[in-house]
Ligand binder design. Sequence first.
Ligand SMILES: C[S@@+](CC[C@H](N)C(=O)[O-])C[C@H]1O[C@@H](n2cnc3c(N)ncnc32)[C@H](O)[C@@H]1O
Length: 185
Amino acid sequence: QAEIVAVDNEQSALDELGERLTEQRLDTRVTLSCANMTDLPFPPESFDCIWSEGSAYIMGVEQALTQWRKLLTNRGYMVVSDLIWLTDNPSQEAVAFWEGEYPDMQTIEKRLGQMRQAGFEVIDHFTLREQAWHDYYQPLKARVAEVKASMPNSNAIADIEREIAIYERYLGEFGYHMFVLRKGA
Ligand SMILES: C[S@@+](CC[C@H](N)C(=O)[O-])C[C@H]1O[C@@H](n2cnc3c(N)ncnc32)[C@H](O)[C@@H]1O
């Protein structure tokens, strides 16, 4: 029965979401808000739960924790996912790649420390299954193979191929982790 606000700063993504919500008759429950996550246009203590998958990294996880905490009601929940190192000794090539793509990537312990420091209790946390990575990258790999010949000089294709190579060689050294947090008293 919750009232949901969906935020993105890309209007076309919200438009598409709006169409799907209408198809599924959920549009009366979800309000769309085109806004910057670094400057959300909501009063303090507006939300019982903030849910952010694969996006807090855009403004930096620590900054997101601090800024979004103010928007939570007393003892409200925050669910965030983040790319993390699963080992203290990652391979050189994986480190070099992620230093370029996500320089603030941390171990689980380091993130948990930052979350507690920011005033959250950790209710639960877990790494997404490797199958989730396969579900994402296998269709992407097939699509790259399909279009590559017609786009021989594409930087986007080259970037995706580099990322897929890292996933194929080093998955297990890094993963996507869900953190379920509650605003501390
Ligand atoms: C990697 S996608 C993740 C989307 C979705 N949560 C998921 O798991 O599939 C990141 C999303 O954040 C949006 N985004 C990027 N910068 C933003 C900002 N400053 N404020 C709000 N949304 C932003 C992008 O438009 C994109 O839809």
